[in-house]
Design a protein around this ligand. Structure first.
Ligand SMILES: C[S@@+](CC[C@H](N)C(=O)[O-])C[C@H]1O[C@@H](n2cnc3c(N)ncnc32)[C@H](O)[C@@H]1O
Length: 347
């Protein structure tokens, strides 16, 4: 995939292979030797887990040990060695057990054709809409779901939902009845259920833009007759200027920058700033390095993310704004698994 295509094709950015192609690391010294050592270590770890599952040992202990070991091994190995070993992990017989977890299964199957869709978020949120799927899982699957849906990364998503709703409420309290909000890559807009301003009908409009017609349809159905306007639209359409949803007091993107390389992230940030009214705020979120489930999600969930540090967030902000015109900041959520950047127009 060429850089031009990556830059403007907002859809293809979210497949694991597209991200892997973009991030392919160079081979370092003694690559073959490190590859053989890594393979041996992973083979032992996975085979032990398979035997423990087969014997009916405590699934929480098994998945926790595998998750922590994959994290540790991923960080210790040369990046290219880890990348080469991902398919080896995915093809191991133990995956049959992990895939009984409905959350892992949904991520692996990718029924909507791409990673990190809004229904995956519903599994993570333990939303009512997934109750039946969880009830239909095996006992082992249910136990694994308890672990994956309450892992620190999942709790960071719950926290993110609260932070987004809090921003909407804060902007509405400051701006009053004319408040207009835009969510870019809105998914199912579950944060709306947590916003007091939304519940109390204090918003003029909350535009929810997403490239997935099923998600747009779900929002339109769930929020019919409210201030929410669901629109079919992509990052690509925003970048190329084909989409003009208006101007807003708050624009935010959550669960999106994790798939955007810096160049695209900077361009999108600039476009989002163009859509701000005076005193408007732009907020963006990204998974960050303390995340412990990185090895598990890249392998058994086949879900590739671009993690960002505090410095990476500042890099995007500094590429977009002049200090005098904007107030800026970077902060972490509760368990530091997600980092946030904000840019507020001074007038
Ligand atoms: C993980 S969900 C995030 C949902 C919600 N914002 C949240 O934080 O819970 C990611 C969403 O991003 C959308 N998305 C991914 N790439 C996109 C793009 N290029 N343009 C528009 N939407 C995109 C997907 O359709 C999906 O609904």
């Amino acid at each position: 995939m060429t850089q031009m295509k990556m830059e403007f094709d907002g859809h293809s950015l979210i497949t694991p292979s597209a991200i892997a192609d973009e991030l392919v690391a160079a081979k370092e010294e003694r690559f073959d030797e490190h590859l053989a050592i890594g393979k041996g270590e992973l083979a032992l770890l996975l085979e032990l887990a398979r035997q423990q599952f087969a014997k009916g040992e405590n699934p929480t202990k098994v998945i926790d040990r595998v998750t922590m070991s994959l994290h540790e091994i991923r960080h210790r190995l040369q990046p290219r060695v880890w990348q080469e070993l991902v398919p080896f992990v995915q093809e191991h017989a133990v995956s049959e057990y992990f895939l009984q977890d409905p959350l892992t299964r949904w991520s692996w199957d990718k029924p909507r054709g791409y990673s990190g869709d809004a229904r995956l978020l519903d599994f993570i949120y333990r939303h009512d809409s997934v109750t039946e799927d969880v009830a239909g899982a095996s006992d082992l699957g249910k136990a694994l779901f308890e672990y994956t849906s309450t892992a620190p990364s999942s709790l960071a998503n719950w926290d993110r939902r609260d932070i987004l709703a809090g921003y909407v409420d804060e902007v509405a309290a400051r701006t009053g009845a004319g408040t207009e909000v835009l969510s870019v890559a809105a998914g199912h807009l579950r944060e709306a259920e947590y916003s007091k301003a939304f519940r109390e009908k204090q918003l003029k409009r909350w535009v929810a833009l997403d490239q997935d017609p099923i998600s747009v349809g779900t929002i339109a159905r769930d929020y019919q007759g409210t201030s929410v306007e669901a629109i079919d639209g992509s990052v690509r359409a925003i970048l190329t200027g084909r989409q003009h949803p208006g101007t807003f007091d708050l624009v935010y993107a959550s669960g999106l920058y994790d798939y955007l390389v810096d160049k695209v992230a900077i361009k999108l940030t600039q476009r989002c700033l163009d859509m701000l009214k005076p005193n408007g705020t732009f907020l963006f979120a990204n998974y960050s390095y303390p995340i412990l489930v990185d090895g598990y999600i890249e392998t058994f969930m086949n879900w590739q993310l671009l993690l960002r540090s505090e410095a990476d967030m500042w890099k995007i902000i500094h590429a977009c704004v002049d200090k005098d015109e904007y107030e800026t900041g970077v902060f972490f959520g509760k368990n530091r698994n997600i980092v946030y950047g904000f840019i507020k127009k001074r007038s």
